[in-house]
Design a binder for this molecule. Sequence first.
Ligand SMILES: O=C(O)CCC(=O)C(=O)O
Ligand SMILES: [Fe+2]
Length: 280
Amino acid sequence: MEINQVFRAPVMSPVEIRVRTGSISTAEIISVLKGEITALHIKQAFSTEIAEEITANFVGSPGLQERKDGVPGQYVGASHYRKDAASYFAEAETARPYVEALFGNLVDPVRGLFNALKRELRKEGIELRLARSEHGQANVCRALSWSGRGTFSLDPHDDVAQVLCAGNDYELSAVAHNTVAALNFYPSMPEEGGDLRLWSHKPTVTDRKSQGVETTGYPYSATYLRAVPSRDIQLNAGDIAVIDGGFVHGVTSQSGNGKRRLVLNSFLGLARPDLVVWWT
Ligand SMILES: O=C(O)CCC(=O)C(=O)O
Ligand SMILES: [Fe+2]
């Protein structure tokens, strides 16, 4: 019994990735939300001009900070990870002008997608809105540049544990029982590496406890993932990826001496049958 518990092999879940070039459709995002597909990779989904503007504004942003929560990276915006609702929403309010400034005077493609999805879901009687509390409201996205130095620039993790353990003062903890979708826009990519790796495994609470990552979902060890098949999504600047964040995923190490890897990330999911919330 004891031995089985310690060495229990991760249960496999098939990964289905849909790849396409062009504009993202709201129907495809809804497919990820419904759990019909694991990941969606849209190549050349937004323009080089916008990608370059966002990247330049990120690098020069007065709101650019180093993460101090154990996940190596630089960011503009707010992360709910390991924060109570009061701290997260206060940080989101403070960071809002810096997030908005990333787009300069160009039209924000993340906001555009948010608005399109909002219109589409309304037809089905579902409201889409930013997560909120008495302390403030989430931003539409946050910008991140990972700086881990090992095999991964962002270690393998899942996005559900942090939501499940967000606490009762967050309306988003209800989403953890449905699909937590992660929406990523990539304004800048290094010459090599920086792939989004997806493992065929959706950890349960018991799995997380066994790995000592119950509340964070981060990081899963190489030993734990050794026998689990994985697929790499190779990204270029201008691509969008939407994934079921319940699957273990990470970002491979990057090389090349010029461009840094930059992602605009948001999360969304059904909090109730008639409500989708969106946060960062
Ligand atoms: O940068 C990426 O491609 C993935 C980001 C991610 O997994 C996260 O922010 O949770
Ligand atoms: Fe993630």
